[in-house]
Design a protein around this ligand. Structure first.
Ligand code: NAP
Ligand code: ZN
Length: 347
């Protein structure tokens, strides 16, 4: 086993601070990675605060990992020492159930292993994430990173990227569709970039008037300020698809009203109770409310390759690991443009 420096919180109210953790010895199908960069997802904050009731402490968050391969197990053929690689929200699954066989490891019938906060099958205890210098991951869950992109700005693709790309693909967003993205944060700014790259007419739906210019720079054709109900009403029954990234329970009714007949709004943010949904908003025009969770490994690689081909990366603000607690506060107060990424050299 290898001792590795990491940043952890000991309970929900504690600040993150440096600790030593252990990484396992290489198994035959393992890849050892020195971590260069790790994105800061709003899920890291939900998890640390135990918002979803499943927190395990000490918690080492981080599931937008970019690094260099330092060693591979004897049966690994798809990665080699020196490769630039990524690790997202999952580090293992059974790889042999109906979901895994359809490349949807996140819905593994036997339970996928999250990068942090899951049972650690090898060392006991729970898995520890990317706010650390080094990680050991089963080869199937290690992604290849296009080397022509700005490496530090690629890190957020591993979660924010796939979480927005996957539903846009699943609901077949195409040229000419009117697509709304609700919430201009880490996920939302990737959602707008992808929808624009897929040829859609894109509309940023935001609570923040001051983000309107940025939304247009990121690829939005129009901006709706969601607090302005008259502006919202002008767009009723006009959207082909809406991707909703709001991170808390909220009133979905005004957003459902925006959809055309038979169309879908997909939630990715609010993993908690929603306010009451008025049935009329679904029934009267046969509308759909759906959800989506990250994406499988095959689709994550497809998304990374799509980003390589279309020169898509995240807009990042680099931080040292010592600034992580301030970064958490700033994400919570909606003050990030549009993803913090930790430079792991600082640890
Ligand atoms: P983020 O950077 O904080 O962005 C969220 C955006 O939502 C904010 O920038 C803000 O945009 C808007 N917003 C915040 N609070 C709001 C409120 N009370 N009402 C209306 N709008 C609000 O967060 P993120 O990293 O993009 O993550 C978004 C959510 O997705 C989190 O809950 C995260 O845990 C979840 N998530 C889910 C998955 C999945 O697989 N389903 C994967 C990753 C993350 P405006 O200023 O534009 O309004
Ligand atoms: Zn995430």
């Amino acid at each position: 086993m290898k001792d590795v420096k990491a940043y952890a919180a000991q309970d929900k109210d504690a600040a993150l601070q440096e600790i030593q953790i252990k990484r396992r010895d290489l198994l035959d199908n393992d890849v050892a990675i020195d971590i260069m960069y790790c994105g800061v997802c709003h899920s890291d904050i939900h998890a640390k605060l135990n918002d979803w009731g499943n927190a395990k402490y000490p918690i080492v968050p981080g599931h937008e990992i970019i690094g260099k391969v330092t060693a591979v197990g004897s049966s690994v053929s798809n990665h080699k020492v020196g490769d630039l690689v990524g690790v997202g929200c999952m580090v293992d699954s059974c790889t042999d159930c109906s979901a895994c066989n359809e490349d949807m490891e996140m819905w593994c019938e036997n339970g996928s292993t999250s990068t942090y906060n899951s049972k650690d099958k090898h060392l006991g205890g729970h898995t520890l994430g990317g706010y650390s210098k080094h990680i050991v991951v089963r080869d199937h869950f290690v992604l290849k990173i296009p080397t022509q992109l700005d490496t530090k700005a690629v890190a957020p693709l591993l979660c924010a990227g796939i979480t927005t790309y996957s539903p846009l693909k699943h609901w077949n967003v195409k040229k000419g569709d009117k697509v709304g993205v609700v919430g201009l944060g880490g996920l939302g700014h990737m959602g707008i970039k992808f929808a624009a790259a897929m040829g859609a007419e894109t509309v940023m739906i935001t609570t923040s008037e001051e983000k309107a210019q940025d939304a247009k720079r990121l690829g939005a054709n129009q901006v709706i300020i969601s607090k302005d109900l008259d502006q919202m009403k002008e767009h009723n029954n006009s959207f082909d698809f809406i991707l909703n990234t709001i991170p808390v329970g909220h009133d979905v009714n005004p957003y459902l009203a925006l959809l055309k007949r038979d169309r879908t709004m997909c939630l990715v943010g609010a993993i908690e109770p929603l306010e009451n949904i008025h049935g009329a908003n679904l029934i009267l025009r046969r509308k759909n409310l759906a959800g989506s969770l990250i994406g499988g490994i095959k689709e994550t690689q497809e998304m990374l390759d799509f980003c390589g081909d279309h020169n898509i990366t995240s807009d990042v603000e680099m931080i040292d690991i010592q600034d992580i607690n301030t970064a958490f506060d700033r994400v919570q107060s909606n003050d990030v443009k549009y993803r913090f990424v930790i430079d792991m050299e600082s640890l």
